[in-house]
Design a protein around this ligand. Sequence first.
Ligand code: NAG
Ligand code: NAG
Ligand code: NAG
Ligand code: NAG
Ligand code: ZN
Length: 569
Amino acid sequence: MKGFFAIFLAGLVGSCVSNPINDLVARGTSIIPSAAPTPTPTPPLADGLRVDKNKRSKNVHNFFKAYGWLKKDEVIPDSKLPAAIRKIQKILKVPETGVYDAHLDIIMSKPRCGTIPQYNPSESLENSTLQSRYVLWGPKWDHTSITYRFVNYTADLPAAQQRSLVGAAFARWTQIAPITITEAPSSTPRADIYIRFMTMGPTEDVYAFTNMIADGLALSSGLINITFNDDFAWNDDRLFNYTAVHEIGHALGLSHSKVEPAIMFPFFEGDIRPIHPDDQAGIHSVYGWKNPRWSRIDSNVASKGVIQISSASGAVSTLDGLYQLRSTGQILRYNPAGSWTSVDNNKGTIQIAGSNNFLCQRHIDGTIWKLTAGSSTWQQISPASSNVIDISAAANQVYMRRKDGWVARYSGSGQSWLTVAQPSALASRQLAASDSATLWNLLANGDVVRSEYPYTSDGWQVVDSNPSNIAIAVGGEDFYKLQSDGSIVWLDSTEWFWRTIEDDESVAVYAVGSFVYSRHKDGSVWRYTGSPGVWEMLDGRADSVVVVGDRKGGVWEMVSGGDIYRLVS
Ligand SMILES: *[C@@H]1O[C@H](CO)[C@@H](O)[C@H](O)[C@H]1NC(C)=O
Ligand SMILES: *[C@@H]1O[C@H](CO)[C@@H](O)[C@H](O)[C@H]1NC(C)=O
Ligand SMILES: *[C@@H]1O[C@H](CO)[C@@H](O)[C@H](O)[C@H]1NC(C)=O
Ligand SMILES: *[C@@H]1O[C@H](CO)[C@@H](O)[C@H](O)[C@H]1NC(C)=O
Ligand SMILES: [Zn+2]
């Protein structure tokens, strides 16, 4: 096997000479991917829709009302509609064309919340600057033990099931805020929040709304009603859950967010998503954090690093979870009940990596071993070699960086590896891959190149040529880079444009699924809220070493000295 490996590599060296990096740079590609993937054009509206001015106008008005941009009964004249549409497009971060197109129509035809915040004169102005983030009502609960009660139920589902659905929706918020919410016992005369179902008539298209009565700074007990529109069928528990979590956000003091994937965005598909970082930042800004914010789950000076295996949504694996590597070579897996289980124990193990369905370990002699979900034996997937720098894993791939500058990936069988076209002998500084196995490679000179699965002869595309690039991260399909000036830059693939999302003192970046974390020079750890420039500090300690997370929003960190913590707020 050793011999095969060597011959195989030798056979490919020739191709790298014919494809020097300078050629690629000369193609003039410093900002946008060289094979400039063009944004998918928004399909034109079907003629029927184009002429449906009523629908366009109604949707624009509804959008404006959801953010308090219209006074009661105020009407946007037709001549102002293009400007109004541009404002909506700004919130949705799509090109500001002023034209009501299919994209807008799709978003605005989703299930909608009917909660109407107070008129916001400063945001209602035509050219007002809009902060794309969570919005607060202002008032909040002045006590931390909040109660709720069902006024009545929908006939669509058994009452017990509605109570458990709503109880779980409240728990989504109490998991991250220092408040408790319980069903009011029937002996108490009054609850804080009421839940009811009401027929709203054939013309009403909102799924639910919450009305808010506040007495000065505090929400008023007994006057906060979450009303579900009983003209919809609530036996889809997906939609029920989502609507309940959204309306409860209102009942706790949150208004409509301008971050589209946030739970508090006024239009939603009903897909069950984790609470978005923007929602978390919102609720924390109202009630603060649970105390303590972090819970220690291990304390051992031999802890050397942690990784999190978090399969892409829909592909949950029995191997998903948190793993640590000890300096003794032992690999341990965290059991959410609180204990650690030994997974393997070889003193030669110096690195672990994993992704959908598998965990890998790299030994000091260069051998690599793989454990696949459902199997109890480790399979050797690479012979000993002094050429290996490290491995990384993403999607269903294992990648290897090598001292000779090549990047290889495991072929999937035996101990054979395939090289990914390498433009020159320039060493790779870091690899990162997306859920669809697009491989990104940060080169020693700061160039960022990428190759799409299955990495055919087209090879690497230069995406960026910037000596200040020092690290990269990929979450889902989104690419981020860290620059030596401390900024984090995201590649906006809707417009193929670099957007700085953080310009402050970052020294490390980590992304998983839709979550992005940064560590600052002072050791503090931050989570991106989805709005450029807006990050929430998760931890202010100076000695954080590694931060990892899963796709549901779970976060773990290891600090110097080996202690490992889980974020519990
Ligand atoms: C808003 O900005 C646009 C473009 O910059 C400009 O044409 C328009 O006059 C402005 N409107 C107001 C009310 O300032
Ligand atoms: C629930 O109670 C409200 C009054 O609070 C009433 O208008 C509505 O019709 C009731 N709904 C059902 C399904 O009984
Ligand atoms: C909430 O519903 C109750 C009846 O269940 C009603 O008395 C109260 O006025 C409602 N509050 C608002 C703000 O509509
Ligand atoms: C909705 O919530 C209930 C209660 O937690 C849960 O059993 C159910 O699986 C959820 N439905 C979906 C689609 O997530
Ligand atoms: Zn709402």
